[in-house]
Write a protein that binds this ligand. Structure first.
Ligand SMILES: [Zn+2]
Length: 193
């Protein structure tokens, strides 16, 4: 069974005139591979979280990106030379290798979840606790505003959503499939069944 660990809990807040945010960064270990999902943009937090696990960037096999927003991506510069994946492509230097369904060499399922952005994808990971969805910006909250009752989860406004209808459809799909959800900015929560 795969192991899932939230290395950095995503946050989003205003601090004077400045907005401060980084996303949830997740370590998945499955089939002998170590995968970082959305490395975020807070270098110090990520490096110290890896260190706590006894890891350095070089111990990571690949980086998965849920979507192309910079607060989710900037830290790929800490992992030079590593494969970077989105929902259907491995980027290896100037090579693009296409795949479907699962992260190659693992049991981690990739579900297309457009809405927040067109290319947004969610990972479903089978663990001993149940199915954990690394759903990133399907749901995100500013600090202190998170609410996870079903009504809120289906009606939560996303100021950045590119396609609200698609977002709702993606949210419904993941709520059906997941026991736990890791949001882009906020705490992991259990899905009410
Ligand atoms: Zn985003």
């Amino acid at each position: 069974m795969a192991k899932v660990k939230v290395l950095v809990e995503g946050y989003a807040r205003k601090s004077g005139n400045i907005y401060e945010a980084t996303c949830s960064t997740v370590l998945i270990e499955d089939a002998g591979k170590r995968i970082i999902v959305d490395p975020g943009c807070n270098e110090a937090l990520l490096l110290s979280a890896l260190k706590k696990e006894g890891l350095s960037p070089n111990d990571i096999d690949l980086i998965f990106l849920s979507h192309y927003h910079v607060d989710h991506i900037l830290n790929i510069r800490l992992f030079p030379g590593k494969d970077v994946l989105d929902g259907n492509t491995i980027y290896r230097g100037d090579k693009e290798l296409f795949f479907e369904g699962k992260i190659p060499g693992t049991n981690i399922e990739i579900i297309e979840t457009p809405g927040h952005t067109h290319e947004h994808a969610t990972l479903l990971v089978k663990t001993e606790k149940g199915v954990i969805a690394v759903a990133e910006d399907l749901w995100w909250w500013e600090d202190g505003k998170q609410k996870t009752d079903k009504k809120t989860l289906l009606s939560l406004k996303d100021l950045y959503a590119k396609d609200k209808k698609a977002l709702l459809k993606s949210r419904k799909l993941i709520l059906k499939k997941a026991d736990f959800i890791i949001p882009g900015h906020g705490k992991m929560f259990k899905v009410e069944k």
